[in-house]
Design a binder for this molecule. Structure first.
Ligand code: ADP
Length: 264
């Protein structure tokens, strides 16, 4: 935005002058717009299960009142919808926390091999249920990085859960940890975690937007799978806090590889 006004004290014949000041409103407007979009998205995401819950309460009070079988089925759906709201609120709180901590660098050191083994152990039942083979490749030596254990665990869980949910049809999900003596982007020693699935993959047009809050390639599938649309946004902010990076390589029907690089 440009403000123009004549300079005071300049009379006729003394020439014309204007005082010009630049105020860049675009950034402020963008931030405001992003906040409004976020609130609108959250409201929509919460309202969808809430509307379903209200509908089923109504039905249970009326038509399904004396039908034990229908009542059971509806209660099951209501439970799933309540769980979805619970997951969304949990993810919103996680996102809020990691965003606000972004400037604070983690001080502890942890071994990524141990963290991967224990995170994958908790995901095995999910993989078994989906008929997915979960493979982990780590070396013998510890791979230490400065990091917040709960947060880096969340990164691994979110990526592997997605690989199982969206790429599980490919049969296996492979997780590998590699030590890098020198990574150009990290400007020093680093660790690399790769999560690879052999599922339908992601069209390249979607890749730049994957870590945006609530961005989904296929909304229907994400909801069906219980996704909140916040998983990769949380991953991005946790990695920012750890000075790490996320890379996605994928193409339709070629599966997907999500690569995390962390400085050592
Ligand atoms: P969601 O809660 O929907 O899973 P995420 O932020 O974790 O949200 O992921 C965003 C979207 O990226 C997902 O909705 C899905 O469409 C896509 N996606 C993530 N991981 C994969 C994958 N391994 N294969 C295919 N698509 C994926």
């Amino acid at each position: 935005e440009v403000h123009c006004r004549p300079l005071p004290g300049l009379g006729a014949g003394q020439g014309d002058a204007v005082f010009v000041s630049f105020v860049d409103l675009t950034q402020m407007e963008q931030a405001g717009q992003m906040r409004r979009d976020f609130v609108a998205n959250v409201s929509h995401e919460l309202r969808t299960p809430l509307t379903a819950l209200m509908g089923f309460i109504e039905t249970l009070r009326g038509a399904a009142r004396d039908d034990a079988k229908a009542r059971d089925r509806f209660l099951g759906i209501m439970e799933a919808e309540a769980n979805r709201m619970n997951r969304l609120v949990g993810d919103l709180l996680s996102l809020n926390r990691v965003e606000s901590e972004e400037r604070v660098r983690p001080a502890k050191r942890l071994d990524l091999g141990t963290l991967l083994s224990s995170a994958l152990a908790t995901l095995r039942p999910l993989a078994d249920e989906a008929g997915v083979e979960l493979n982990l490749t780590v070396g013998q030596d510890p791979v230490e990085v400065p990091g917040e254990p709960d947060q880096l665990r969340q990164v691994v869980v979110n990526l592997v859960e997605n690989a199982i949910k969206y790429g599980g049809a490919g049969g296996s999900v492979d997780v590998a940890l590699t030590v890098l003596d020198h990574d150009a982007a990290m400007r020093g020693p680093a660790a690399r975690i790769e999560v690879t699935d052999h599922g339908p993959g992601i069209d390249p047009v979607h890749l730049p937007r994957l870590t945006e809050r609530f961005y989904r390639v296929d909304s229907h599938r994400s909801r069906e799978m219980g996704g909140t649309g916040l998983g990769l946004a949380i991953v991005k902010h946790i990695l920012n806090r750890h000075r790490g990076r996320l890379r996605v390589d994928s193409a339709p029907s070629k599966g997907a590889t999500f690569t995390v690089i962390l400085p050592r």
